[in-house]
Design a protein around this ligand. Structure first.
Ligand code: ZN
Length: 448
C-alpha cells in the first residue's frame, strides 16, 4: 500500500512564513491561557512586566521570562506535590510520571489528562511515521513501563498508527531477545545503550540479530548516543536495521525532535507544536544556524503544565530544513542532542564532554563497554581514565588499542593525557535506561 511519507502532510511541509505565523498565534494563546490559569506563570509574567499582547512578532518571544528547572523544583517544594504550575485541577489527571533523575537530583513530578495523552502520542506519530513505522509493522518496546515516561507515548502512538505493539515490560534481556525473534518484531524501541546490550546478549545466546530477526528499524531515545555516527553505525551493522534517533523530555511529556527516514544526520524539530530556541548559555542571546547553543523549549500541546521558554541545558546546533531531502520544512538539530552543558568536565584546564569521548571510543569495535572515570591523584592532580572491556574475540587487539585510543583521545583534547585501563569482561555496569558511564570520583571539596 502506498502511504504518504508524512504523518501530517500539510503541517510538515508548511512554508516557513506560514509556519512562523502559526507559531506566533499559538504562542500568544499559550501565554494568555498560562497567565489566566497558572499562578507560577502569572507571578513570573508580572515580575517581568510581560503581557501576551506584546507578542507582535516571533522575536518578541524574548520578552517572555525564561523558565528553569530550579524554579519548578522550588515551586514543588513550597507547594507539594506539584507546585503551582498546574493549569487545571488535579482531579482531571489520568496519569502521574516522574523525570528519570539522571543526575541524582530530586525528580520532577508531572500529571496529564486524556487530552494530553492524545497529544503526547500524536507527537510520537510524527516521529515514528516519519522514520517509516507503518500499520504492517510489529513494534517491540524494550522498556520497563514504570513511572519514567520514556516510551509510554510511543506505545500509544503505535496503536494509533495501527502497528502490532509488543510491550516488553519487566523481563530479562534474554527474555526480550527471544520475544523479538519469536514474534517477528520489525521495529524495536529502546535506548541506544540497551540496543547494544540486547545485541550482546543475543550474541551470547548464539543469535545473530541481523540474520535471525526481522528487525529493520531501531528507534532510539533517552540518550544522545542515537545520533553519534559511530554508535549508529555499530547498531545498524549489528542489528542489520536502520537506526533512527528521537528525543523528548518528561517536562514536556513527549518528543520534540525526530530523525526522518532520509537520515540527514540529525533530527527534525516538530515546529507546529514547539518553538525551539537556541541560545548562548552565558548571555541568553540567540545563536544562528551552525552555532552551538542551549535549547530552550516552548510547548503548545500539554494541557496540564504549560512549559514556556523552558531551559533544557541540552547542547544543540540548528541547521536549515533544506539540508534534508525529505521535503519537510522543519529545521534540524545537526547531530541531535549533543550532550548537556552541565555534563562538561574540566580536567587540568581542558574541557571534556562525555559525548565527544564516547564518539571516539565507539569507533573501536574491540571495545564492548566502557566507563569514563575521573579521579584525583595524590589529592593534587585530576586524572581521567577510560575503563573498558574488550569485545569477546577481539582480546588480541588490546595492546594496539590501548595506544591508539589514548592517542585519539589526546588529539581531540588539546593533548590531555587519558589513561586506558582494561577491565575483566562483565565487570562494568550495563544499563537499560539512561546509561551512566561517567563517574566523577574527585573529592566533593573540588566543587566548593
Ligand atoms: Zn528529513
Amino acid at each position: 500500500m502506498a502511504y504518504s511519507e508524512y504523518w501530517n502532510p500539510k503541517n510538515e511541509t508548511l512554508p516557513r512564513e506560514e509556519l512562523q505565523a502559526l507559531q506566533l498565534l499559538k504562542l500568544r494563546r499559550l501565554c494568555e491561557w498560562a497567565y489566566a490559569t497558572t499562578p507560577f506563570h502569572q507571578r513570573k509574567f508580572d515580575a517581568a512586566g510581560f503581557k501576551a499582547e506584546q507578542l507582535k512578532t516571533l522575536d518578541d518571544i524574548r520578552r517572555i521570562p525564561i523558565m528553569t528547572r530550579e524554579e519548578w523544583m522550588e515551586s514543588i517544594m513550597e507547594k507539594p506535590m506539584f507546585g503551582d504550575l498546574l493549569a487545571t485541577d488535579v482531579t482531571n489527571a489520568v496519569r502521574y510520571h516522574l523525570t528519570s533523575g539522571t543526575s541524582g537530583r530530586t525528580p520532577i513530578r508531572v500529571l496529564d489528562s486524556m487530552k494530553d495523552w492524545d497529544w503526547i502520542s500524536e507527537m510520537w506519530c510524527y516521529g515514528l511515521w516519519g522514520f517509516g513505522v507503518r500499520p504492517e509493522d510489529t513494534v517491540y518496546f524494550a522498556f520497563g513501563y514504570g513511572s519514567f515516561i520514556g516510551f509510554w507515548g510511543a506505545h500509544y502512538c503505535c496503536e494509533k498508527i495501527g502497528s502490532l505493539v509488543i510491550p516488553g515490560g519487566a523481563q530479562t534481556t534474554e527474555g526480550r531477545v527471544k520475544q523479538i525473534v519469536e514474534m517477528g518484531a520489525t521495529t524495536v524501541c529502546s535506548t541506544p545503550t540497551y540496543a547494544l546490550t540486547l545485541w550482546q546478549k543475543a550474541r551470547e545466546m548464539g543469535i545473530d540479530l541481523a540474520k535471525d530477526s526481522k528487525v529493520n528499524k531501531l528507534i532510539c531515545s533517552g540518550e544522545p548516543a542515537g545520533s553519534i555516527p559511530a554508535v549508529k553505525r555499530q547498531l545498524e551493522e549489528t542489528w542489520g536495521a536502520k537506526c533512527g534517533d528521537t528525543a523528548g523530555m518528561t517536562e514536556v511529556g513527549t518528543i520534540m525532535i525526530f530523525e526522518c527516514s532520509h537520515q540527514p544526520g540529525g533530527t527534525h524539530i516538530i515546529e507546529d507544536h514547539f518553538i525551539e530556541e537556541v541560545l548562548r548559555p552565558d548571555s541568553d542571546e540567540p545563536v544562528g544556524y551552525g552555532e552551538l547553543g542551549e535549547r530552550v523549549v516552548t510547548s503548545f500541546g500539554r494541557g496540564f503544565i504549560p512549559a514556556i521558554r523552558y531551559r533544557s541545558k541540552d547542547m544543540v546546533m540548528k541547521i536549515p530544513a533544506s539540508t534534508c531531502t525529505c521535503g519537510r520544512t522543519w529545521d534540524i538539530y545537526d547531530g541531535g542532542i549533543r550532550g548537556r552543558w552541565d555534563d562538561m568536565k574540566l580536567i587540568r584546564g581542558t574541557n571534556v564532554y562525555p559525548r565527544a569521548v564516547e564518539a571516539i571510543i565507539r569507533e573501536y569495535v574491540a571495545v564492548d563497554e566502557f566507563q569514563i572515570y575521573i579521579w584525583r591523584k595524590e589529592e593534587l592532580l585530576d586524572e581521567i581514565t577510560i575503563k573498558l572491556e574488550m569485545t569477546p574475540g577481539y582480546e588480541a587487539h588490546w595492546p594496539d588499542l590501548q595506544q591508539k585510543l589514548a592517542k585519539d583521545l589526546a588529539e581531540a583534547h588539546e593533548g590531555l593525557r587519558f589513561n586506558i585501563e582494561r577491565m575483566n569482561y562483565g565487570t562494568l555496569p550495563r544499563f537499560e535506561l539512561k546509561a551512566k558511564r561517567l563517574v566523577d570520583a574527585r573529592p566533593v571539596a573540588a566543587y566548593a
